[in-house]
Design a protein around this ligand. Structure first.
Ligand code: ARG
Length: 599
């Protein structure tokens, strides 16, 4: 389905060709001056440079060829040689009817679908999620949905951080706190051959009884701090990590317990945030691929010894800054963060064969990914350019530093959601909304408002920009916020419900009022917003569109009464309202936001 811009572009290109100029000059863009025109074409300016002519003269010739085009109500030259166009009411109505009849509300699809993997979220065992994970989850989910909506085959993977040094730290900390667990581990570790099922179950039961997620949350920061200060403690943790990676039976079982308890809580939190992974693979899942990979890297001559460690050098001539090598095997013999990332590329190639892998991870990890990608390209594990880091800035506190809790600790997703939900309840009551809802529906609505507030605040900024967490602003029903969008969607729903109660039905759209014109032009711009968001991997284009559409509907509704209008006008406006709601809901769905039925 072609949007207005494309339809006009074809006509203008033909007009350029008709006056002997390259049709490519006929590119049409939305007007910079909506008060004067809907669309414009600037092609006469470059044409004039080449032909050494007056651009106004060329524009006038092109305009003459366009005169009488039924798509146009007005076409004229302006300024230095711009071509200004106003779309005819008939063309607007035709486009509006096409959007109304389209399940995708005017959104196009990619020409060639690709297989795309989105690596996002990136939570870790026993480490509470910080704001970086929150943003990774929100942005990653939106990018996954957007790519899927545009027609690609997409898989989202959480890439659970479950195989690094922090595991060794935790195993050590648990043994120090629980001598009986330490004893049990020693006995299990001494076993050769498999461990009988009953013994495994008994050990897991013991771990569950003694070590909860809250314990891990408490033990990890202390152990991490001690590892930084105390070399002996650190060495032990490294040794435990290497032992775990060799699947020493007791450690491996304890690790399974860590992963289980963490995962249950994480899945609950992600679910509350409307984030759902297709794959929940972890770093540990590629363990079997690591030895053969190391052998292969060695055979390809890429591996170098470096003081007992094994590395791949990735620096290139002309690099602006010095990139450290990829550390593949540490001097203790363990696989590192980059090692599992490299092996995961192999795993993904075998299991899915992606054309593109997008890594939605904090900007601060840019070097890490550049190093891994270069190693992957050197080893021939991925096509140059098929691995892309989609970095983002941080969500900051008012002090300008990454957001912390009032006590100065890391933010837990669960607490953040709870806090935002509390605020949402308050806001609903303040605005006199939700009073007729039963308590469960009120709660569900507050939850939707909270999720909309958090996600929209994040996604309405370009991802590279850091922003300040401001719950008062994010949760307001006024301004550029998630709750405002939900409120507008609910208003449209309520108009449509009332129309249905009266037995009014939608009919063909005709466009006469200015507010109708403006609304149709907005509906028409959806596809471009999706294309921009897709190409730049930047959901803020969709957030911006959703906001403008909600505002446009609100203006339309104020200027063009629906229910009291005469039947044909009413039917037309009802159809416009339906199309607006459909498009708004599609846009919100890509952003991962859901509007309630009532408020
Ligand atoms: N778990 C990592 C962290 O917390 C993020 C993982 C990102 N994805 C990846 N493939 N490395 O920093």
């Amino acid at each position: 389905m072609s949007d207005l811009k494309r339809g006009l572009g074809e006509a203008v290109a033909a007009a350029f060709a008709a006056v002997g100029l390259p049709p490519a000059l006929g590119r049409v863009t939305p007007s910079d001056r909506p008060d004067l025109a809907d669309f414009q074409c600037n092609g006469a300016l470059p044409a004039a440079k080449v032909a050494k002519r007056d651009p106004r003269e060329i524009a006038t010739e092109v305009v003459a060829k366009l005169a009488g085009d039924p798509q146009l109500a007005l076409v004229e030259t302006a300024g230095l040689g711009f071509i200004n166009m106003r779309v005819s009411d008939a063309a607007l109505a035709a486009r509006a009817n096409a959007i109304a009849a389209d399940a995708r509300a005017g959104a196009g699809m990619v020409e060639t679908a690709r297989k795309v993997m989105v690596d996002y979220g990136g939570p870790n065992v026993a480490k509470p999620m910080h704001v970086g994970h929150l943003r990774a989850s929100i942005i990653g989910e939106a990018i996954k949905r957007l790519y899927r909506f545009r027609g690609d085959e997409v898989l989202g993977d959480a890439h659970f951080g479950d195989w690094g040094y922090q595991m060794g730290l935790l195993i050590g900390a648990v043994m120090d706190e629980h001598p009986d667990i330490a004893g049990r581990l020693a006995a299990l570790n001494a076993r050769t051959g498999g461990i009988p099922a009953q013994e495994t179950a008994d050990a897991l039961a013991l771990f569950s009884e003694r070590v909860s997620l809250a314990d891990l949350d408490r033990l990890y920061p202390a152990a991490a701090a001690k590892g930084k200060e105390d070399p002996a403690y650190r060495d032990r943790a490294r040794k435990l990590t290497a032992d775990l990676q060799e699947r020493t039976p007791g450690y491996f079982l304890l690790w399974r317990h860590f992963a289980n308890v963490t995962r249950v809580a994480l899945e609950r939190d992600f679910h509350a945030l409307g984030v759902d992974f297709d794959l929940w693979k972890g770093e540990s899942d590629v363990e079997d691929l690591i030895d053969p990979m190391v052998a292969e890297l060695d055979a390809k001559g890429l591996l170098e010894d470096d003081q007992g460690a094994r590395i791949v050098r990735v620096a290139r001539q002309g690099d602006k800054r010095e990139l450290p090598p990829l550390l593949v095997v540490s001097s203790e013999g363990s696989a590192m963060y980059g090692t599992t990332d490299l092996a995961t590329i192999l795993d993904r190639r075998q299991s899915f064969g992606p054309d593109l892998i997008l890594y939605v991870v904090d900007q601060r990890q840019a070097d890490h990914f550049e190093i891994v990608y270069r190693a992957a390209y050197l080893a021939g594990y991925a096509a140059e350019g098929s691995l892309e880091h989609i970095g983002f800035g941080t969500m900051n506190g008012t002090d300008g530093k990454p957001f912390k809790t009032r006590e100065g600790g890391v933010l837990k997703l669960n607490d953040l959601i709870e806090m935002t939900r509390g605020k949402a309840r308050e806001r609903l009551r303040e605005a006199d909304l939700g009073a007729e809802l039963d308590p469960d529906t009120f709660e569900a609505t507050a939850h939707k408002v909270a999720v909309a507030a958090l996600k929209f605040a994040d996604l309405s900024n370009f991802r590279g920009t850091s922003y300040v967490f401001d719950l008062d602003r994010f949760s307001s029903f006024e301004g550029k916020t998630g709750p405002y969008l939900l409120y507008q969607a609910v208003r449209v729903k309520s108009v449509l419900r009332r129309a249905a109660e009266e037995g009014f039905t939608a009919g063909p759209i005709s466009v006469t009022e200015q507010a109708e014109r403006d609304l149709v032009l907005l509906l028409d711009a959806f596809d471009q917003a999706l294309v921009d968001a897709y190409d730049k991997k930047a959901p803020n284009f969709i957030a911006e569109h959703a906001y403008k559409l909600a505002q446009g509907f609100s203006k339309f509704y104020a200027a063009c009464p629906i229910l009291p209008a005469e039947p044909p006008v009413r039917a037309s406006r009802l159809a416009l309202a339906q199309a607006s709601l459909k498009q708004l809901e599609l846009a919100l769905d890509i952003l991962g936001v859901e509007a309630p039925e009532r408020m």
